[in-house]
Design a protein around this ligand. Structure first.
Ligand SMILES: Nc1nc2c(ncn2[C@@H]2O[C@H](COP(=O)(O)OP(=O)(O)OP(=O)(O)O)[C@@H](O)[C@H]2O)c(=O)[nH]1
Ligand SMILES: [Mg+2]
Length: 408
Protein backbone atom coordinates (compact mmCIF):
# COMPACT_ATOMS: atom_id res chain seq x y z
CA UNK A 1 0.00 0.00 0.00
CA UNK A 2 1.51 3.32 -1.11
CA UNK A 3 1.93 5.58 1.90
CA UNK A 4 2.90 9.19 2.53
CA UNK A 5 4.50 9.82 5.90
CA UNK A 6 4.09 13.07 7.78
CA UNK A 7 6.42 14.13 10.58
CA UNK A 8 6.29 17.46 12.37
CA UNK A 9 9.38 18.78 14.12
CA UNK A 10 8.42 20.43 17.42
CA UNK A 11 12.07 20.94 18.26
CA UNK A 12 12.27 18.06 20.74
CA UNK A 13 14.57 15.05 20.53
CA UNK A 14 16.25 13.70 17.42
CA UNK A 15 13.78 14.51 14.65
CA UNK A 16 15.62 12.63 11.86
CA UNK A 17 15.76 9.48 13.98
CA UNK A 18 12.06 9.65 14.79
CA UNK A 19 11.19 10.00 11.08
CA UNK A 20 13.42 7.04 10.34
CA UNK A 21 11.62 5.05 13.01
CA UNK A 22 8.26 5.97 11.45
CA UNK A 23 9.50 4.58 8.12
CA UNK A 24 10.44 1.32 9.79
CA UNK A 25 7.11 1.22 11.62
CA UNK A 26 5.23 1.79 8.35
CA UNK A 27 7.19 -0.95 6.61
CA UNK A 28 6.61 -3.28 9.54
CA UNK A 29 2.87 -2.72 9.07
CA UNK A 30 3.20 -3.70 5.41
CA UNK A 31 2.96 -0.20 3.92
CA UNK A 32 5.27 1.11 1.23
CA UNK A 33 6.39 4.62 2.24
CA UNK A 34 6.98 6.45 -1.06
CA UNK A 35 7.28 9.99 0.21
CA UNK A 36 7.88 11.78 3.49
CA UNK A 37 6.61 15.26 4.25
CA UNK A 38 8.08 17.19 7.14
CA UNK A 39 7.50 20.59 8.70
CA UNK A 40 8.48 22.65 11.71
CA UNK A 41 5.84 23.96 14.09
CA UNK A 42 5.75 25.21 17.64
CA UNK A 43 2.42 23.52 18.39
CA UNK A 44 -0.17 21.42 16.50
CA UNK A 45 -3.00 23.08 14.59
CA UNK A 46 -6.38 22.31 16.19
CA UNK A 47 -8.17 21.42 12.96
CA UNK A 48 -5.56 19.64 10.84
CA UNK A 49 -2.58 19.12 13.17
CA UNK A 50 -0.52 20.76 10.38
CA UNK A 51 -1.23 24.21 8.95
CA UNK A 52 -3.61 24.46 5.99
CA UNK A 53 -0.75 25.24 3.59
CA UNK A 54 0.97 22.03 4.70
CA UNK A 55 -2.32 20.15 4.35
CA UNK A 56 -2.48 21.27 0.73
CA UNK A 57 1.10 20.14 0.20
CA UNK A 58 0.15 16.70 1.53
CA UNK A 59 -2.88 16.75 -0.78
CA UNK A 60 -0.61 17.42 -3.79
CA UNK A 61 1.68 14.58 -2.76
CA UNK A 62 -1.32 12.25 -2.49
CA UNK A 63 -2.21 12.99 -6.11
CA UNK A 64 1.37 13.04 -7.44
CA UNK A 65 2.33 9.71 -5.90
CA UNK A 66 -1.02 7.89 -6.00
CA UNK A 67 -0.98 7.67 -2.22
CA UNK A 68 -3.46 5.31 -0.61
CA UNK A 69 -2.78 6.12 3.01
CA UNK A 70 -1.27 9.05 4.93
CA UNK A 71 0.52 8.16 8.16
CA UNK A 72 1.23 10.76 10.84
CA UNK A 73 4.11 10.34 13.27
CA UNK A 74 1.89 11.70 16.05
CA UNK A 75 -1.29 11.04 17.95
CA UNK A 76 -4.17 12.79 16.15
CA UNK A 77 -7.41 13.81 17.81
CA UNK A 78 -10.50 12.17 16.32
CA UNK A 79 -11.52 15.54 14.86
CA UNK A 80 -8.10 16.12 13.25
CA UNK A 81 -8.15 12.69 11.71
CA UNK A 82 -11.65 13.23 10.33
CA UNK A 83 -10.86 16.69 8.97
CA UNK A 84 -7.73 15.41 7.27
CA UNK A 85 -9.54 12.47 5.68
CA UNK A 86 -12.20 14.82 4.30
CA UNK A 87 -9.65 17.26 2.94
CA UNK A 88 -7.23 14.70 1.51
CA UNK A 89 -9.79 12.17 0.34
CA UNK A 90 -7.66 9.29 1.55
CA UNK A 91 -7.32 7.23 4.73
CA UNK A 92 -5.32 8.90 7.51
CA UNK A 93 -3.64 6.89 10.23
CA UNK A 94 -1.97 8.20 13.36
CA UNK A 95 0.99 6.69 15.18
CA UNK A 96 -1.14 4.91 17.77
CA UNK A 97 -3.33 3.24 15.15
CA UNK A 98 -0.24 2.24 13.17
CA UNK A 99 1.30 0.50 16.17
CA UNK A 100 -2.03 -1.14 17.03
CA UNK A 101 -2.20 -2.39 13.46
CA UNK A 102 1.26 -3.96 13.63
CA UNK A 103 0.39 -5.63 16.91
CA UNK A 104 -2.83 -6.97 15.39
CA UNK A 105 -0.88 -8.51 12.51
CA UNK A 106 1.75 -10.05 14.79
CA UNK A 107 -0.34 -11.43 17.63
CA UNK A 108 -0.12 -15.21 17.57
CA UNK A 109 -1.21 -16.56 20.92
CA UNK A 110 -4.86 -16.63 21.93
CA UNK A 111 -4.16 -14.23 24.75
CA UNK A 112 -2.11 -11.88 22.57
CA UNK A 113 -4.98 -11.62 20.09
CA UNK A 114 -7.48 -10.84 22.83
CA UNK A 115 -5.16 -8.17 24.21
CA UNK A 116 -4.76 -6.48 20.85
CA UNK A 117 -8.47 -6.56 20.15
CA UNK A 118 -9.17 -4.98 23.51
CA UNK A 119 -6.65 -2.20 22.87
CA UNK A 120 -8.05 -1.58 19.39
CA UNK A 121 -11.63 -1.36 20.62
CA UNK A 122 -10.66 1.04 23.38
CA UNK A 123 -8.85 3.22 20.89
CA UNK A 124 -11.79 3.04 18.51
CA UNK A 125 -14.32 3.87 21.21
CA UNK A 126 -12.73 7.28 21.69
CA UNK A 127 -13.15 8.14 18.02
CA UNK A 128 -16.54 6.68 17.34
CA UNK A 129 -18.66 9.29 15.64
CA UNK A 130 -21.19 7.59 13.43
CA UNK A 131 -21.58 4.96 10.79
CA UNK A 132 -19.30 2.40 12.32
CA UNK A 133 -20.92 -0.89 11.47
CA UNK A 134 -18.10 -3.40 11.57
CA UNK A 135 -19.23 -5.20 14.73
CA UNK A 136 -22.84 -5.19 13.68
CA UNK A 137 -22.09 -6.90 10.40
CA UNK A 138 -20.03 -9.45 12.23
CA UNK A 139 -22.92 -10.26 14.51
CA UNK A 140 -25.54 -10.38 11.81
CA UNK A 141 -26.96 -6.83 11.84
CA UNK A 142 -30.74 -6.81 11.72
CA UNK A 143 -32.46 -7.24 15.02
CA UNK A 144 -29.50 -6.10 17.05
CA UNK A 145 -30.56 -2.55 17.64
CA UNK A 146 -32.40 -1.86 20.87
CA UNK A 147 -35.69 0.08 20.71
CA UNK A 148 -35.16 3.77 20.02
CA UNK A 149 -31.41 3.44 19.65
CA UNK A 150 -29.51 5.46 17.09
CA UNK A 151 -26.79 3.79 15.07
CA UNK A 152 -24.18 5.53 17.22
CA UNK A 153 -25.77 4.29 20.45
CA UNK A 154 -25.91 0.77 19.09
CA UNK A 155 -22.26 0.90 18.10
CA UNK A 156 -21.28 2.19 21.52
CA UNK A 157 -23.27 -0.51 23.24
CA UNK A 158 -21.79 -3.28 21.07
CA UNK A 159 -18.26 -2.07 21.71
CA UNK A 160 -18.96 -1.80 25.42
CA UNK A 161 -20.26 -5.37 25.53
CA UNK A 162 -17.31 -6.73 23.60
CA UNK A 163 -14.81 -4.85 25.78
CA UNK A 164 -16.48 -6.31 28.87
CA UNK A 165 -16.34 -9.83 27.47
CA UNK A 166 -12.68 -9.47 26.45
CA UNK A 167 -11.76 -8.13 29.88
CA UNK A 168 -13.46 -11.05 31.58
CA UNK A 169 -11.65 -13.61 29.42
CA UNK A 170 -8.28 -11.96 29.92
CA UNK A 171 -8.91 -11.79 33.66
CA UNK A 172 -9.60 -15.49 33.74
CA UNK A 173 -6.40 -16.25 31.81
CA UNK A 174 -4.41 -14.02 34.15
CA UNK A 175 -5.76 -15.89 37.19
CA UNK A 176 -4.76 -19.19 35.60
CA UNK A 177 -1.24 -17.86 35.02
CA UNK A 178 -1.02 -16.67 38.63
CA UNK A 179 -1.96 -20.10 39.91
CA UNK A 180 0.57 -21.75 37.63
CA UNK A 181 3.24 -19.31 38.67
CA UNK A 182 2.59 -19.94 42.35
CA UNK A 183 2.80 -23.68 41.74
CA UNK A 184 6.08 -23.29 39.86
CA UNK A 185 7.41 -20.92 42.48
CA UNK A 186 8.26 -23.79 44.78
CA UNK A 187 11.22 -24.89 42.77
CA UNK A 188 13.76 -22.14 42.55
CA UNK A 189 14.96 -21.63 39.04
CA UNK A 190 16.57 -18.26 38.50
CA UNK A 191 14.70 -16.39 35.78
CA UNK A 192 16.06 -13.85 33.35
CA UNK A 193 13.98 -11.65 31.02
CA UNK A 194 15.24 -9.92 27.89
CA UNK A 195 13.77 -6.46 27.58
CA UNK A 196 14.60 -3.52 25.37
CA UNK A 197 13.59 -1.18 22.61
CA UNK A 198 12.14 -2.86 19.55
CA UNK A 199 14.81 -3.99 17.05
CA UNK A 200 17.58 -3.87 19.69
CA UNK A 201 18.41 -7.52 19.00
CA UNK A 202 16.63 -9.31 21.86
CA UNK A 203 15.52 -12.30 19.79
CA UNK A 204 18.93 -12.59 18.12
CA UNK A 205 20.53 -12.69 21.55
CA UNK A 206 17.90 -15.14 22.80
CA UNK A 207 18.73 -17.41 19.86
CA UNK A 208 22.46 -17.06 20.39
CA UNK A 209 21.97 -18.04 24.01
CA UNK A 210 19.45 -20.84 23.54
CA UNK A 211 19.61 -21.79 19.86
CA UNK A 212 15.82 -21.65 19.85
CA UNK A 213 15.18 -20.38 16.33
CA UNK A 214 12.94 -17.51 17.34
CA UNK A 215 11.74 -15.19 14.57
CA UNK A 216 14.30 -12.43 14.02
CA UNK A 217 13.65 -9.61 11.61
CA UNK A 218 14.65 -6.08 10.83
CA UNK A 219 11.12 -5.11 11.65
CA UNK A 220 9.57 -3.46 14.62
CA UNK A 221 7.69 -5.74 16.99
CA UNK A 222 8.85 -8.94 15.34
CA UNK A 223 8.20 -10.62 18.68
CA UNK A 224 4.86 -10.25 20.41
CA UNK A 225 4.57 -13.25 22.66
CA UNK A 226 6.83 -14.23 25.49
CA UNK A 227 8.94 -17.30 24.76
CA UNK A 228 11.02 -19.05 27.40
CA UNK A 229 13.78 -21.64 27.38
CA UNK A 230 15.90 -23.26 30.01
CA UNK A 231 19.61 -22.76 29.66
CA UNK A 232 22.33 -24.56 31.58
CA UNK A 233 24.90 -22.10 32.87
CA UNK A 234 27.42 -24.46 34.39
CA UNK A 235 27.94 -26.28 37.66
CA UNK A 236 27.71 -23.28 39.91
CA UNK A 237 24.19 -22.18 39.10
CA UNK A 238 22.69 -25.00 37.08
CA UNK A 239 19.73 -24.04 34.93
CA UNK A 240 18.18 -20.64 34.51
CA UNK A 241 15.08 -19.72 32.52
CA UNK A 242 15.47 -17.04 29.87
CA UNK A 243 12.49 -15.26 28.30
CA UNK A 244 12.31 -13.21 25.12
CA UNK A 245 9.65 -10.48 25.17
CA UNK A 246 7.88 -7.87 23.09
CA UNK A 247 9.96 -4.78 22.32
CA UNK A 248 9.10 -1.34 23.61
CA UNK A 249 8.81 1.83 21.59
CA UNK A 250 8.56 5.55 22.25
CA UNK A 251 4.97 6.60 22.96
CA UNK A 252 3.79 3.02 23.11
CA UNK A 253 0.02 3.46 23.06
CA UNK A 254 -1.16 3.47 26.63
CA UNK A 255 -3.90 0.92 25.97
CA UNK A 256 -1.26 -1.47 24.68
CA UNK A 257 0.95 -1.19 27.72
CA UNK A 258 -2.06 -1.98 29.85
CA UNK A 259 -3.19 -4.80 27.58
CA UNK A 260 0.23 -6.40 27.43
CA UNK A 261 0.81 -6.25 31.14
CA UNK A 262 -0.28 -9.90 31.26
CA UNK A 263 2.13 -10.92 28.49
CA UNK A 264 4.87 -9.03 30.28
CA UNK A 265 4.05 -10.75 33.54
CA UNK A 266 7.09 -12.98 33.11
CA UNK A 267 9.15 -9.81 33.00
CA UNK A 268 7.52 -8.48 36.15
CA UNK A 269 8.39 -11.71 37.96
CA UNK A 270 11.92 -12.11 36.63
CA UNK A 271 14.92 -12.18 38.96
CA UNK A 272 17.12 -10.31 36.53
CA UNK A 273 16.53 -8.18 33.42
CA UNK A 274 18.87 -8.12 30.46
CA UNK A 275 18.15 -4.67 29.08
CA UNK A 276 19.29 -4.97 25.46
CA UNK A 277 20.42 -1.74 23.79
CA UNK A 278 21.26 -1.14 20.12
CA UNK A 279 24.71 0.37 20.64
CA UNK A 280 24.83 1.42 16.98
CA UNK A 281 21.73 3.61 17.22
CA UNK A 282 22.26 7.35 17.50
CA UNK A 283 19.24 7.55 19.81
CA UNK A 284 20.25 4.72 22.15
CA UNK A 285 20.18 6.91 25.27
CA UNK A 286 16.63 8.04 24.55
CA UNK A 287 15.65 4.41 23.91
CA UNK A 288 17.10 3.28 27.24
CA UNK A 289 15.07 5.99 28.93
CA UNK A 290 11.88 4.94 27.13
CA UNK A 291 12.36 1.31 28.10
CA UNK A 292 12.89 2.28 31.73
CA UNK A 293 9.68 4.33 31.63
CA UNK A 294 7.67 1.33 30.43
CA UNK A 295 9.37 -0.90 33.02
CA UNK A 296 8.23 1.53 35.65
CA UNK A 297 4.71 1.52 34.26
CA UNK A 298 4.45 -2.28 34.45
CA UNK A 299 6.03 -2.36 37.90
CA UNK A 300 9.35 -3.94 36.90
CA UNK A 301 11.68 -1.06 37.71
CA UNK A 302 12.82 -2.65 40.98
CA UNK A 303 14.34 -5.70 39.24
CA UNK A 304 18.12 -5.58 38.83
CA UNK A 305 19.34 -4.97 35.26
CA UNK A 306 22.36 -5.77 33.22
CA UNK A 307 22.62 -3.23 30.41
CA UNK A 308 23.56 -5.27 27.36
CA UNK A 309 25.10 -3.02 24.72
CA UNK A 310 24.44 -5.10 21.62
CA UNK A 311 25.58 -4.72 17.98
CA UNK A 312 29.13 -3.69 18.90
CA UNK A 313 30.16 -5.06 15.48
CA UNK A 314 28.11 -2.26 13.88
CA UNK A 315 29.16 0.32 16.46
CA UNK A 316 32.87 -0.42 16.11
CA UNK A 317 33.35 -1.36 19.78
CA UNK A 318 35.23 -4.17 21.51
CA UNK A 319 33.61 -6.72 23.82
CA UNK A 320 34.01 -5.62 27.42
CA UNK A 321 32.33 -5.40 30.76
CA UNK A 322 31.96 -2.36 33.00
CA UNK A 323 30.74 -2.37 36.56
CA UNK A 324 29.38 0.71 38.16
CA UNK A 325 29.84 0.29 41.90
CA UNK A 326 27.68 3.31 42.55
CA UNK A 327 24.46 2.39 40.75
CA UNK A 328 25.20 -1.34 40.80
CA UNK A 329 24.48 -1.61 37.06
CA UNK A 330 26.83 -3.65 34.94
CA UNK A 331 27.27 -2.87 31.29
CA UNK A 332 28.29 -5.67 28.99
CA UNK A 333 29.31 -4.91 25.40
CA UNK A 334 28.48 -7.74 23.03
CA UNK A 335 27.41 -8.70 19.54
CA UNK A 336 24.57 -11.21 19.43
CA UNK A 337 25.30 -11.62 15.73
CA UNK A 338 29.02 -12.45 15.91
CA UNK A 339 28.93 -13.90 19.42
CA UNK A 340 31.60 -11.51 20.67
CA UNK A 341 31.30 -10.87 24.40
CA UNK A 342 28.73 -13.60 25.06
CA UNK A 343 31.15 -15.22 27.51
CA UNK A 344 31.26 -11.97 29.49
CA UNK A 345 27.49 -11.78 29.53
CA UNK A 346 27.26 -15.37 30.69
CA UNK A 347 29.70 -14.69 33.54
CA UNK A 348 27.65 -11.67 34.51
CA UNK A 349 24.40 -13.65 34.66
CA UNK A 350 26.11 -16.36 36.70
CA UNK A 351 27.28 -13.72 39.17
CA UNK A 352 23.75 -12.45 39.69
CA UNK A 353 22.28 -15.94 39.92
CA UNK A 354 24.83 -16.89 42.58
CA UNK A 355 24.13 -13.78 44.58
CA UNK A 356 20.36 -14.31 44.48
CA UNK A 357 18.78 -15.10 47.80
CA UNK A 358 17.72 -18.73 47.74
CA UNK A 359 20.23 -19.56 45.01
CA UNK A 360 19.80 -23.28 44.66
CA UNK A 361 22.37 -25.99 44.91
CA UNK A 362 23.69 -26.92 41.49
CA UNK A 363 22.00 -29.58 39.45
CA UNK A 364 24.31 -32.55 38.85
CA UNK A 365 26.01 -32.36 35.50
CA UNK A 366 25.28 -35.03 32.96
CA UNK A 367 27.99 -36.89 31.17
CA UNK A 368 29.43 -35.02 28.25
CA UNK A 369 27.47 -31.91 29.10
CA UNK A 370 29.01 -28.66 28.01
CA UNK A 371 28.67 -25.62 30.17
CA UNK A 372 28.36 -23.32 27.19
CA UNK A 373 25.14 -21.64 26.19
CA UNK A 374 22.47 -24.21 25.40
CA UNK A 375 25.05 -26.36 23.71
CA UNK A 376 23.47 -29.44 25.09
CA UNK A 377 20.18 -30.61 23.67
CA UNK A 378 19.35 -32.00 27.08
CA UNK A 379 19.21 -28.52 28.56
CA UNK A 380 16.21 -27.70 26.48
CA UNK A 381 14.60 -31.08 26.62
CA UNK A 382 11.59 -30.33 28.74
CA UNK A 383 10.90 -26.98 27.14
CA UNK A 384 11.53 -27.83 23.58
CA UNK A 385 8.19 -27.63 21.86
CA UNK A 386 5.44 -25.27 22.66
CA UNK A 387 6.66 -23.39 25.64
CA UNK A 388 5.33 -19.97 24.90
CA UNK A 389 4.38 -18.84 28.35
CA UNK A 390 1.70 -16.47 27.22
CA UNK A 391 -0.16 -19.24 25.47
CA UNK A 392 0.46 -21.76 28.18
CA UNK A 393 -2.72 -23.52 29.14
CA UNK A 394 -1.35 -25.45 32.01
CA UNK A 395 0.99 -28.34 31.45
CA UNK A 396 3.13 -28.09 34.54
CA UNK A 397 5.66 -30.60 33.29
CA UNK A 398 6.48 -28.42 30.35
CA UNK A 399 6.63 -25.01 31.88
CA UNK A 400 9.74 -23.43 33.32
CA UNK A 401 9.87 -22.77 37.01
CA UNK A 402 9.77 -19.13 37.96
CA UNK A 403 10.65 -17.84 41.38
CA UNK A 404 10.09 -14.34 42.53
CA UNK A 405 12.90 -13.51 44.88
CA UNK A 406 12.38 -9.77 44.93
CA UNK A 407 15.05 -7.12 44.62
CA UNK A 408 18.65 -7.68 45.51
N1 LIG B 1 24.98 -5.77 13.25
C1 LIG B 1 24.25 -6.42 14.14
N2 LIG B 1 22.94 -6.60 13.93
C2 LIG B 1 22.23 -7.26 14.86
C3 LIG B 1 22.82 -7.76 16.05
N3 LIG B 1 21.84 -8.35 16.78
C4 LIG B 1 20.69 -8.21 16.07
N4 LIG B 1 20.90 -7.57 14.91
C5 LIG B 1 19.92 -7.27 13.86
O1 LIG B 1 18.95 -6.36 14.37
C6 LIG B 1 17.66 -6.63 13.82
C7 LIG B 1 16.65 -6.84 14.91
O2 LIG B 1 16.94 -8.03 15.61
P1 LIG B 1 15.86 -8.79 16.51
O3 LIG B 1 16.63 -9.82 17.26
O4 LIG B 1 14.67 -9.21 15.72
O5 LIG B 1 15.44 -7.60 17.48
P2 LIG B 1 14.34 -7.61 18.65
O6 LIG B 1 14.88 -6.75 19.73
O7 LIG B 1 13.97 -9.01 19.01
O8 LIG B 1 13.13 -6.88 17.93
P3 LIG B 1 11.53 -6.95 18.24
O9 LIG B 1 11.16 -8.37 18.50
O10 LIG B 1 10.99 -6.39 17.00
O11 LIG B 1 11.32 -6.07 19.43
C8 LIG B 1 17.85 -7.86 12.93
O12 LIG B 1 18.01 -7.42 11.60
C9 LIG B 1 19.12 -8.49 13.47
O13 LIG B 1 19.79 -9.26 12.50
C10 LIG B 1 24.24 -7.57 16.23
O14 LIG B 1 24.85 -7.98 17.23
N5 LIG B 1 24.89 -6.90 15.26
MG1 LIG C 1 12.20 -9.99 18.92
Amino acid sequence: MRAALVGIDFGQGDFAASVEELQLLARSAGADPVTTITAKRSSPDAAYFVGSGKADEIGDAVLDHQIEIVIFNHALSPAQQRNLEKRLNVRVLDRTSLILDIFAQRAKSHEGKLQVELAQLQHLATRLIRGWTHLERQKGGIGLRGPGETQLETDRRLIGERVKALRARLDKLRKQHDTQRRARGRSQTFSVSLVGYTNAGKSTLFNAVTKAGVYVADQLFATLDTTSRRVYLGEDVGQVVISDTVGFVRELPHQLVAAFRATLEETIHADLLLHVVDASSPVRMEQIEQVNLVLKEIGADHIPQILVWNKIDAAGLEPSIERDEYDKISRVFISARTGAGLDLLRASIVEWAQAAPGARPPRPRYEGEDSGYGDDADDEADLQDDDTLAADDGEPGKTPTITHVGSH
